[in-house]
Write a protein of this length. Structure first.
Length: 366
């Protein structure tokens, strides 16, 4: 695949941003069965990422540290919401938005039962990957000139599914080809939706944003990228109605190359497959490490506020220290009467208030 810029993309979520449209569940080449690949992979694909995927803000995210998960930035979310992982919820206490990529890290209260190792190498090209998403089923066939070219996006069902693909190219945020050997924060891994690639071959659709893409290194499956966008918006004529679809052959269809400007793809003897894109972890590893090490201030966080009276005014208690693994704050005692409350994007309740030494523990829960 030689790419010199892309058509308008659909971002995986519900937003259409920059050059993309949101994505939902993976769509298979080989089957429209909604029950296909809805349990953890086995055999040679065992432990390939299913166990590290969780639910966040209605979409997907991947646990990457004892108290952090990673997702697409446009997935959104708020402090006080719960990351559902391993059968329970973990309250999000802080968020960190990448300045260079569509990624966001979230810190949680408590300790996650496991997390994905990250792939930080440069050998993604031509590597087979396992991709996770949860959203739409495969819809009706898209037929042009009596040939099936793919399928419309079907109904969203929120079911976690996995599929496979192969990394075909590294591109930058504008779709320009990039060197795989020089990871940069804006890098995206591109995979094409190829007919004949096997029944588990997938592309993304609306709602797959934030899901993980995993590859194997030395026998260990590692997180290589995070789903963000897909080429999925088409017309049959310049002035025709727009539709979203998973196409393994875009030949003969119109795509938007600039705002309001639609151009046709040439109908060729060979297929012209659509591609999907995932933010490359290797290009963002330095930022991830700095966040995990506490070297980056959060864009927003759960905080403690205090006031000498119940009616306020309340102000941030700067001396309060977060004990995230135990879902509590330690607040030093001042000797004065103080009233405390929590500030969060989403309501939290104070679960306990316990004196300890020269301070108090203030526990919290959803």
């Amino acid at each position: 695949m030689i790419r010199s810029g892309w058509r308008r993309l659909v971002l995986s979520a519900v937003f259409a941003v920059v050059a993309g449209v949101p994505t939902h569940a993976v769509i298979f080449i080989g089957t429209g069965d909604p029950a296909h690949n809805t349990t953890a992979p086995t055999g040679v694909l065992a432990d390939s990422g299913w166990q590290w995927e969780g639910r966040w803000n209605g979409l997907m995210a991947t646990a990457i540290a004892p108290d952090f998960f990673l997702t697409a930035g446009h997935v959104g979310g708020a402090t006080g919401q719960s990351f559902h992982f391993g059968g329970r919820g973990y309250v999000a206490v802080a968020s960190y938005l990448s300045p260079d990529s569509d990624l966001r890290l979230w810190r949680v209260a408590g300790t996650l039962p496991g997390f994905a190792p990250r792939y930080t190498g440069t050998a993604e090209l031509e590597q087979g990957v396992v991709v996770f998403g949860a959203g739409t089923q495969r819809g009706a066939p898209v037929v042009e000139n009596d040939q099936t070219k793919g399928w419309l996006w079907g109904p969203g069902d929120g079911v976690l599914r996995w599929g496979t693909n192969t990394v075909s190219q590294v591109v930058d945020a504008t779709g320009q080809p990039r060197s795989a050997a020089d990871p940069q924060p804006g890098d995206l891994l591109a995979c094409t939706y190829d007919a004949g690639a096997g029944g588990d071959e997938v592309t993304l659709s609306g709602g797959d944003s934030g899901g993980g893409m995993f590859l194997q290194e030395a026998g260990i499956w590692k997180l290589a990228a995070v789903n963000v966008a897909v080429e999925a918006s088409f017309r049959t004529t310049d002035g025709g109605g727009e539709f979203t679809a998973a196409l393994f052959d875009r030949g003969g269809f119109y795509e938007e190359v600039a705002v309001g400007q639609w151009e046709p793809n040439e109908e060729l003897p060979e297929n012209l497959p659509a591609a999907f894109f995932a933010v490359r972890v290797a290009g963002n590893e330095r930022w991830i490490e700095r966040v995990l090490a506490g070297q980056v201030p959060p864009e927003r966080a759960v905080t403690v506020e205090a006031s000498p009276t119940l009616d306020g005014p309340f102000a941030s208690e700067l001396a309060a220290r977060l004990d995230a693994p135990n879902a509590r704050f330690f607040v030093p005692m001042t000797g004065d009467a103080r009233f405390y409350r929590l500030r969060s994007d989403t309501a939290l309740r104070v679960s306990y208030f316990t004196p300890m030494g020269d301070g108090i523990f203030l526990g919290f829960a959803p």
